[in-house]
Design a protein around this ligand. Sequence first.
Ligand code: ATP
Ligand code: MG
Length: 239
Amino acid sequence: MISLQNVSKLYESQSVLKNISLSVGKSEMVYITGPSGAGKTTLLKMIYLAEWPDEGEMTIGDFHLSFWDSKLGWEVSKSDISQCKPFKITDIPYLRRDIGIVFQDFKLLPNRTIFENIALALRVRDEKESEIKSLVSEALKRVHLRHKADSYPRTLSGGEQQRIAIARAIVTKPQIILADEPTGNLDWDTAAGIWRLFGEINLSGCTMLIATHNKDVFTNSGKRVFYLDSGELAKEVVG
Ligand SMILES: Nc1ncnc2c1ncn2[C@@H]1O[C@H](COP(=O)(O)OP(=O)(O)OP(=O)(O)O)[C@@H](O)[C@H]1O
Ligand SMILES: [Mg+2]
């Protein structure tokens, strides 16, 4: 579902990811950990194409991206189309359709209701209003916050805001969920609820790649854990 082969990334000629190769299977849940500055966020950003790798190949959902030429850039192919084409910036929304993203700081829009925050991802896809209502309501039910649909983010606790951010990530039924320190701003009990929710989402078939410092989350999880250190994949263990 996700595969990186020899992916490297430079920021201002400084190497922040070096020759990373890893893969995540369909419906698998894996963790990325490592010290601050190791490159965890950068790795996730490359998978959702907020940052662009400088070298390597990536398969993300149905798309395959490979480095083509230093002048011409990347080429992209889709699993059901054999021919590659040069990658264009306008392809990014299509590549991201299969990805839901959860951030440490929730990133909810303060002047929109909870319903509207979640509905936005569907509105940009021109879904019908009746379909939007039913999908948002289903997503809110999965995070147990249906009663908050008309509230504004500032009136919710941190844990509730993160559950809304998760509802926003799953409302489009993506194949992949990426999460970057999703419980970094939450207390231990609230965080435990968020991890349970991620477990349920994974059991429903979603492939999940989660960056976290929190060793308690992956210790004895039976899931694979990738350790990044100074931009290198230092080791892979089963937690
Ligand atoms: N936009 C940027 N421009 C230049 N350097 C950057 C940029 N973003 C990140 N870096 C550098 O890249 C390296 C990796 O950063 P990254 O945010 O991926 O680390 P991280 O493992 O997520 O750290 P943390 O655990 O603190 O979140 C760091 O040295 C950082 O300073
Ligand atoms: Mg980070």
